[in-house]
Each structure stands twice: as C-alpha cells, then as structure tokens.
Design a protein around this ligand. Structure first.
Ligand code: HEC
Length: 101
C-alpha cells in the first residue's frame, strides 16, 4: 500500500516536470529566439564579434518598433528577415531589457 502511494507521487512529479518542459518548448523564450536567429552574428551574450555589432549597449538608441523594423527589413550589412512579427516583437522587448545602461 505504502509503495503504491509513493509510485503515484513520483508519477505525478514526472508529469509535472514534463508539462513544464514542453510548455517552454512550444512558447519558446525570447532568449532562445535570439540564440537561433541573431547569436551567430551578434554573439551568444550580445557582445557582438561575429560580423555584427554588440547589442547590449544600445541604451535608448532604438524603440521596440525600430528594433522590429531592423529585424524585418535589415540595416546596412544586416540582411532582412532575421525575425518577423510576434517573434521579432518578443526579441525586441527582451533586447531592451538586456541593456547595460
Ligand atoms: C547575418 C548576420 C546577422 C544576423 C543573423 C543578425 N544581424 Fe543584426 N546586424 C548585423 C550587422 C552586420 C549589423 C550592422 C549593420 C550596419 O549598421 O551596417 C547589424 C545591426 C543590428 C542592429 C543595430 C545595431 C546598432 O548599433 O545600430 C540591431 C538592433 C540588430 N542588428 C539586431 C539583430 C537581431 C535582434 C537579430 C536577430 C533577430 C539580428 N540582428 C540578426 C548582422 C546580423
């Protein structure tokens, strides 16, 4: 009897973990979107270096709308279409939170 209860508990625990993991995957964090779409040019830690400038010292240079515009339409040496629509907005908000100043 006692064993049955324990098994039940650990099963619940596993389901709980699985639920958490999968909801993360479907939503996709802004950081994951950044890592998939931007990090190859702007660096994992936003410090730049792989052809793109650093993105952690933009300060208030750009509004969220301007950042979305850069991602969708490119800028100078940055190709257009790096992220679009809701994903671009999500990344823009996240980028603005990462600023050092
Ligand atoms: C193929 C490489 C590449 C990728 C991928 C890329 N960028 Fe860029 N990015 C650049 C380059 C190069 C510049 C400099 C453009 C210029 O001013 O000539 C730039 C400039 C920028 C700027 C302006 C920086 C400034 O100081 O004015 C922002 C903001 C930016 N990128 C955001 C992003 C975001 C967000 C992503 C992902 C959705 C991304 N970039 C993906 C290469 C890239």
């Amino acid at each position: 009897m006692k064993k049955l209860v324990l098994t039940g508990c650990s099963l619940m625990f596993m389901l709980f973990l699985a639920a958490c993991g999968s909801s993360d995957d479907t939503a996709g964090t802004p950081q994951e979107a950044y890592e998939n779409n931007c990090a190859m040019c702007h660096g994992q830690d936003l410090s730049g270096g792989n052809g793109g400038p650093p993105l952690d010292n933009l300060g208030s240079t750009y509004t969220k709308e301007e950042l979305v515009d850069i991602m969708e339409n490119g800028k100078g040496g940055m190709p257009a279409g790096q992220a679009e629509g809701e994903e671009a907005e999500k990344i823009a908000e996240w980028l603005l939170e990462q600023q050092k100043q």
